[in-house]
Design a protein. Structure first.
Length: 341
């Protein structure tokens, strides 16, 4: 709790205590509850109306004077604390905006994340873990407040507007990720960003597979279809439940992909079709193609079970899942070739 907030809470608590004390005092003097509450209110806030009942007893007069003094003090204290509380919020907001403006000008070769929804949150968390500078652009004030609480640099505005992209430093940025749930907005942002920075790497989200071509034509370097990826993942888990031990550990999987990427390699997974020329052949036959472009590291058997580091003489069967390390070749296309070449 900040200092102004604490003062405001203390002031309101003191005022409430004074009001309760006043009501109890008048009740003990024989007044009814309605008259007691009314007398306490006009005394504390010094309205100046006449007394509800004549104050002829010396003790009751002294009690009323004490109530007026304590009430005035509580009102003054609460008023000051309230002003301090409101001013602190304005000052903090002004300083925060100035700090963000200064940090925006310092950004260079950074990433712009358009949209702070479910995917935007995950992207921001990963970039923070990777210590990559980035800024979040969104028009939703509540989402931006959540992002700022997480320590992220934010910019309020509509990412489809060129002025907002320029303020986010699109001309100095290295990557722009537009992850809004609207395909039309992602296409528009991609067009605007590509026009402002021809060298920018643009990664766009797409909901409808038919939008992928439009995003590429608009200037996106990569298009990600979350629904398609999720469906493939679910299908894979249904077909090969034992594969979890190989790919479910997110930390190990990410580390492995990074290590392979540094070597110019990537991991691929594909199912052997029923009429593939590799049905009944050995792992060595697959690895010998394309001058050793593939290295089989695991087999997910159709009947169940996973074979890690299978030998070159291991037979391949229809429906088996092949996990291989390659140099950018298309494993799925290779397994489906009619002549095996």
């Amino acid at each position: 709790m900040t200092y102004p907030t604490r003062n405001l809470v203390y002031g309101l608590s003191f005022m409430a205590a004074v009001m309760v004390l006043g009501v109890v005092g008048y009740l003990l003097a024989g007044w009814d509850l309605s008259d007691a509450v009314y007398m306490v209110v006009i005394s504390i806030f010094t309205v100046g109306y006449g007394e509800v009942r004549p104050l002829q007893e010396e003790g009751l007069r002294g009690f009323t004077m004490l109530l007026i003094v304590l009430g005035c003090f509580s009102v003054i204290f609460v008023s000051g604390a309230l002003v301090q509380f409101l001013m602190e919020g304005q000052i903090r907001r002004a300083l925060g905006l100035r700090r963000m403006s200064a940090e925006l000008k310092k950004l260079n070769q950074h990433t712009i994340i358009c949209g702070y929804g479910r995917i935007g949150r995950m992207v921001a968390a990963d970039l923070k873990s990777g210590q990559r500078p980035f800024i979040i652009v969104d028009k939703d004030v509540r989402r931006l407040e959540t992002a700022r609480e997480a320590g992220y640099l934010t910019l309020e505005g509509e990412a489809t507007e060129e002025s907002v992209l320029l303020e986010a430093g699109v001309t100095r940025a290295a990557v722009l990720a537009t992850v809004l749930p609207s395909d039309a907005m992602n296409v528009f942002i991609t067009l605007s960003a590509r026009d402002l920075n021809p060298e920018l790497v643009i990664i766009a989200r797409g909901e409808d597979p038919a939008t992928e071509r439009k995003l590429i034509q608009a200037g996106a370097n990569r298009v990600v279809l979350p629904a398609h990826i999720g469906a493939e993942r679910i299908s894979h888990l249904i077909l090969f439940p034992e594969a979890a031990e190989l790919i479910d550990d997110a930390e190990k999987s990410q580390h492995l992909k990074q290590e392979l990427g540094d070597l110019g390699l990537e991991m691929e997974e594909a199912v052997i079709p029923k009429f593939s020329p590799f049905v009944g052949k050995c792992v060595g036959d697959l690895e010998s193609l394309h001058s050793g472009a593939f290295l089989v590291v695991a087999l997910h058997r159709r009947g169940g079970g996973t074979e890690l580091r299978p030998g070159r003489e291991t037979l391949l069967h229809a429906g088996d899942g092949v996990v291989a390390v390659s140099r950018g070749s298309n494993l799925a296309k290779l397994l489906d070739l009619s002549d095996g070449k």
